[in-house]
Design a protein around this ligand. Structure first.
Ligand SMILES: Cc1cc2nc3c(=O)[nH]c(=O)nc-3n(C[C@H](O)[C@H](O)[C@H](O)COP(=O)(O)O)c2cc1C
Ligand SMILES: Nc1ncnc2c1ncn2[C@@H]1O[C@H](COP(=O)(O)OP(=O)(O)O)[C@@H](O)[C@H]1O
Length: 342
């Protein structure tokens, strides 16, 4: 997938899905769907790529090729306006990986600055979408707002783009059925963040359409884990990764290459602790995983850890012996949680 940090570097013409897409959740999938080339078209393109010269059987006038493009803002507009770094469900690398798996060909990161934030809805359409991105088709969510002070709505976009004969698909908010009595709740990034903050991992995973995943490089810790019989791989996460509720989780993990593939099976089962380790008077955040049935070195490797279930809050134990007993219990519970159910 091509990642462009400006419109000059963009492959054109484009079919564009617009939004922030943090999390790339099930609602986002629906917004992205209309800009993806149909399966048949994808096959044709692949065939063309493999054919060195044009063959007489090819259609004489193939439809114009557009690049399926997700257009988003960098930094996140909230970060720009508040000056506060915003932790993300999917930092850039993970977002790229998720979009690629959906079949998106290009990600454009529009530099969100004073100039861009001051564009009127009309100027945004004319300058960015029409002139710079050569947009042929657009898809947005129903609640999409754009232009200066978020004045433009999805309907406005539809009207403005119609002047240039650009069709705009407005995707209604995807909902999921919450607890009884069946209540339809819109899927949103903020709801997923709420679930993760409160340890409701299963709900978060349901809305994401996949498990929430922490991807990081294994770094050295204080080498205490091995002394209590539970070595833990300490993960260094991207600085802006959203951290879920502190505590202990049942997890599935995979050792991944530099560019992790979403299809990598997460075969290694284990337990993860997220917190500051009050028992050993730790003061900074540590994210560490103990893998079951594993005994070799992981330093420097990249691990992708899927959160499956929140087991308990982090506690301060009176001594390491008590912590050790509790971790053994955590492992037993996690094995049960992770056991394939028939
Ligand atoms: C499953 C699990 C549960 C843990 N629970 C706690 C806890 O409740 N309180 C705490 O202070 N530390 C907890 N820890 C963190 C340990 O204190 C930590 O693994 C140990 O200090 C070793 O750290 P090291 O990897 O830097 O050597 C937990 C670790 C694991 C793997
Ligand atoms: N089952 C296991 N789970 C996690 N890490 C393991 C395991 N077995 C061996 N290791 C290795 O041991 C290291 C963790 O040992 P530990 O004593 O906790 O040291 P550190 O404090 O550096 O994390 C991991 O980084 C990894 O290289």
């Amino acid at each position: 997938m091509w990642v462009a940090s400006s419109t000059e570097l963009t492959l054109k013409p484009t079919a564009v899905a617009l939004g922030k897409f943090d999390g790339v959740h099930l609602g986002h999938h629906k917004v992205i769907q209309p800009i993806l080339p149909p399966a048949l078209e994808q096959t044709r393109r692949k065939e063309q790529e493999n054919t060195p010269t044009s063959s007489p059987t090819q259609p004489t006038q193939p439809p114009e090729q557009t690049y399926s493009t997700v257009v988003t803002f960098n930094p996140h507009p909230l970060e720009f306006f508040t000056g506060q770094p915003r932790p993300l469900l999917t930092p850039l690398d993970e977002k790229v990986q998720q979009l690629r798996s959906l079949g998106v060909e290009q990600l454009v990161l529009l530099p969100f600055d004073k100039e861009l934030s001051a564009l009127s809805p009309q100027d945004f359409v004319e300058q960015i979408l029409v002139k710079q991105l050569q947009c042929r088709r657009i898809s947005v969510g129903q609640d999409f707002c754009f232009g200066k002070q978020r004045r433009g709505t999805a309907k406005d976009l539809q009207l403005l783009a119609a002047k240039y004969h650009i069709p705009v698909t407005i995707v209604s908010l995807q909902t999921y059925t919450d607890h009884a009595p069946t209540q339809e709740t819109p899927i949103s990034t903020s709801l997923i963040r709420h679930y993760l903050e409160s340890g409701e991992v299963k709900n978060a995973n349901l809305l994401l359409g996949r498990p929430y995943t922490l991807i990081g490089t294994v770094v050295q810790g204080e080498k205490m884990g091995r002394t209590i019989g539970f070595p833990t791989a300490n993960l260094q996460l991207p600085q802006n990764k959203f951290i879920p509720r502190y505590g202990v989780y049942a997890v599935r993990a995979a050792i991944v290459s530099e560019t992790p593939d979403v299809t990598t099976p997460h075969q290694n089962l284990g337990v993860m602790n997220i917190g500051n380790r009050p028992t050993v008077n730790g003061s900074k955040l540590s994210v560490e995983v103990h893998l079951f049935d594993w005994c070799s070195d992981l330093y420097g490797k990249k691990l992708a850890v899927q959160l499956v279930e929140f087991l308990r809050a982090e506690q301060k134990f009176p001594c390491l012996e008590h912590l050790k007993t509790q971790i053994q219990l955590d492992c037993d519970i996690a094995r049960e949680v992770l056991r394939p159910k028939c």
